[in-house]
Ligand binder design. Structure first.
Ligand code: ARG
Length: 472
């Protein structure tokens, strides 16, 4: 131990003095990267096997290393592993403990390896697992959205543009808008999972090793398809991490829009949907409150996750191609993004599964003006040019005010020639929100038969995103 609070250097051969206390504290990444212990030990296990295979260590050394690594693994698993202040990061901590347990063979483990290729190997192994987990959770949310959509095929509600009532839609159609985006995110995750296929191990610090390392073997043993290509890129780039945080940012952006709708539509002003007590919280002051904190936190991830993407991009931006310590910030960002995204996804699933909707209020919100496009299209079918029909129906709506379009049509038809007036008048009088819904003709529309097709198509698309089966 040297002066001050700074522990002795573990890599101290070329230094005359101990690391400054403040540098040591800020440089020390154990609080964040200890999460990689499993991958770090697994990577070392594989590395030791390869070193023995190519004759750089003896089989006895390899066996000692394996035994020691198993013991370190057991300590982590039991929660008894003790970090020391001098441990700079998870890699040095594992190697230090291994030395305490097995002695001399531990001094051979880092042969042909740098922490630069080691940390990327660990991180990519971790990320692959995290992406698989996130994919599973998001897939569950898509399932739930599709099941709930089947319940709401015939439940009419207004569809909005500009937050103004636009057309009659359905609960199912609304839910599928979210399922559609989420399914695209599943494809992104599956693609990302497939593309994390190259092992950085054996890249060394920057330009490679003088030793006859067998990178093919370590790659295969770690479950990668191949060793990574350029050794500068595989140690100095964090593009795969940026890619993952980018998908998280996109997922967060999607979910935040659902969160926003849940917040407002469950509010006392709307009461279109209801969230169960277990998904709402109370106020410390206002006894009557029932706050949609969960939906708000989902909405909040739409702000936070894109900010994590910006943080990861900024961490890399303008750095020279080889490894720089700036990059150590990557893991805190990655972990926050993957954890935050997973939590938001799981919480969204809980909301979608548990929300109920008030069909009567949703139907009552389908105001008469929502018949405007129906009327314009009907006039087109009667031979009127669309722009003329648009103008005429505008006048009908103006005359009708808040009331029925039938009254408006009657008033307008006194002064304007309306083709097929008698039939159109009768159809408009009988028009219900449900009739408007079933009257929609186009693929992708809110018509229940079309929505059923969308549900089937989304199931097929979702199945095609299974990991290892990603579409190109
Ligand atoms: N803890 C480091 C990180 O996460 C590991 C790589 C350190 N490399 C080095 N050359 N100091 O970035």
């Amino acid at each position: 131990m040297s002066d001050g609070d700074t522990p002795a250097r573990s890599l101290g051969g070329r230094f005359d003095e101990a690391t400054d206390a403040i540098l040591h504290r800020i440089n020390r990444s154990v609080p964040v990267d200890q999460r990689l212990w499993r991958e770090d030990i697994g990577g070392s296990h594989t590395h030791a096997r390869m070193l023995a295979k190519v004759g750089l260590i003896t089989e006895a050394d390899r066996d000692a290393l394996w035994q020691g690594l198993d013991a370190v693994h057991a300590e982590f698993e039991a929660g008894t592993f003790l970090f020391q202040e001098a441990d700079e990061d998870i890699h040095m901590a594992v190697e230090r403990r291994l030395g305490e347990l097995v002695g001399e063979p531990a001094r051979r483990l880092h042969t042909g390896r740098s922490r630069n290729d080691q940390v990327m190997t660990d991180t990519l192994l971790w990320l692959r697992g995290a992406i698989a987990g996130l994919h599973g959770h998001l897939s569950d949310v898509v399932d739930t959205l599709l099941v709930r959509a089947e319940e709401g095929l015939d439940t009419v509600m207004p569809g909005f543009t500009h937050s103004q009532p636009a057309q009659v839609s359905s609960v199912a159609h609304w839910l599928l808008a979210h399922a559609d985006e989420a399914t695209d995110h599943l494809r992104r995750l599956a693609d990302l999972h497939r593309r994390i296929d190259a092992s950085p191990l054996g890249s060394g610090a920057n330009a490679g090793s003088f030793l006859p390392l067998d990178r093919e073997t370590t790659a295969a043993n770690l479950g990668f398809d191949r060793p990574s290509g350029n050794s500068i890129a595989s140690t100095g780039s964090r593009m795969a991490l940026l890619d993952a945080v980018g998908v998280c940012a996109m997922i967060g952006t999607s979910l935040s829009r659902l969160g926003e709708e849940l917040v407002w539509w469950s509010s006392p002003q709307f009461r279109w949907i209801r969230l169960p007590d277990r998904l709402t919280t109370g106020s410390s002051l206002l006894p009557h409150k029932r706050n949609p904190d969960g939906a708000e936190l989902i909405r909040g991830q739409g702000k936070v996750l894109p900010a994590e993407f910006a943080a990861m991009a900024a961490t890399m931006a303008a750095l020279p191609t080889g490894y720089s310590k700036d990059l150590q910030h990557d893991k805190a960002i990655l972990f926050r993004a993957m954890d935050g995204c997973r939590d938001a996804v799981v919480l969204t699933g809980a909301h979608v599964a548990a929300l109920s909707w008030d069909a009567e209020r949703l139907r009552a919100a389908c105001v008469p003006q929502l018949g405007a496009l129906w009327l314009a299209d009907r006039l087109v079918l009667a031979g009127m040019p669309f722009r003329t029909a648009h103008h005429l129906v505008g006048a009908v709506v103006r005359m009708a005010g808040e009331g029925s379009l039938v009254d408006g049509l009657e008033a307008v038809s006194i002064e304007h020639a309306v083709p097929d007036l008698e039939a159109i008048h009768a159809e408009l009088t009988a028009l219900t929100p449900e009739a408007m819904l079933t009257g929609l003709k186009t693929a992708g529309s809110a018509a229940p038969d079309q929505v059923r097709l969308q549900i089937d198509a989304l199931r097929v698309r979702r199945d095609a995103t299974r990991l290892g089966h990603a579409e190109d």
